[in-house]
Design a protein around this ligand. Sequence first.
Ligand SMILES: [Zn+2]
Ligand SMILES: [Zn+2]
Ligand SMILES: [Zn+2]
Length: 416
Amino acid sequence: MDLVPSCKDKLAYFRIKELKDVLTQLGLSKQGKKQDLVERILGALSNEQVAKMWAKRAPVGKEDVAKLVDDIYRKMQVSGATELASKGEGVSDSSNVKVKGEIDDPFKSVMKVRCLCGSSLETENIIRCEDRRCQVWQHIGYVIIPEKPMEGNPQVPDLFYCEICRLSRADPFWLTIAHPLYPVKLAITSIPTDGTNPMQSVEKTFQIARADKDLLTKQDYDVQAWCMLMNAKVPFRMQWPQYADLQVNGVSVRAINRPGSQLLGANGRDDGPIITPCTKYGINKISLTGCDARVFCFGVRIVKRRTLHQILNMIPKETDGERFEDALARVCRCIGGGTAVDNGDSDSDLEVVADFFGVNLRCPMSGSRMKMARRFKPCVHMGCFDLEVFVEMNQRSRKWQCPHLSEELHVGEYYN
Ligand SMILES: [Zn+2]
Ligand SMILES: [Zn+2]
Ligand SMILES: [Zn+2]
């Protein structure tokens, strides 16, 4: 009787995990794509002398291979039922959009609405900031900006951060102390008929209280003007409009360190200029104009400069980091080749399974051997970087992103 067709049918249900189980028991290599693993098992079935390749092992006949496949197939059918049952529970509700009629969490009785529009009215179309300490609500229609203005209702993001929480994550060297001017949007003042970018501007006043002024006499406290693109692809960075012109109490302040036509400064970042010398106790006037078609928000904050030592102290200690079991599971996922949540279900035909993995002990930023190998908590890969090198280099570049992957995948979660 030919065992191949019936085994082939069963193997079609096998995930990489089961295929590897069979190959382990046969003492065969587990390397290659999923299809390679299947073919290796089928090869063992059509070969009378499987055992000859593996002389040290007891001889294995093709009947034994078929029985092994059958056993695992049966086990899968039994466990399949329980797996499906357990999957139904623990469905997380990650939605941060308020659904009409939804019962609010009774422990969160006060709903704080702080929106760029200036209104604190609770409406139906509102979205909550993801930051646990903030949880402020904002009006979707005002803060979510569509990629293309003509495309109607914009896509509401899965993870939403308000401007203040985005700003506080842009550069850990600045600690926000107060917001003399809460974020406001720039308004379009004129649209040229020749198709060039519209002019936009905002003019506001902000107050420096007596207590603030006392703080500002200290060396590490400053007043900073800041600006961010509303629908930025990289949410945690500052960005000023093209041809930004900033005035504080009638004094021109250089907002950007780049030609006005360029979109961003060095390292894909703009900075927030320190305006302390132009401010005074009491009421201050500030204005910003730019020539840009995109939507920006703008504000003034009092900041305290952190030292390198303070930054290093903010990074979670090893005991507060990933639990050993979680780290082990992550490494297993990496070795399994997938980045899926549950590798048991990972079943990509393209996934490459390998027996050996090299882990580089050199820091990707300095090229030297790592002294304090660290990684970002949400990263799924195994590569690390040297912590001190990372902090020192980012003090200058302000990118604060994992050196292993592209910008969009890493959202500056350096201290979360
Ligand atoms: Zn609003
Ligand atoms: Zn927030
Ligand atoms: Zn990473």
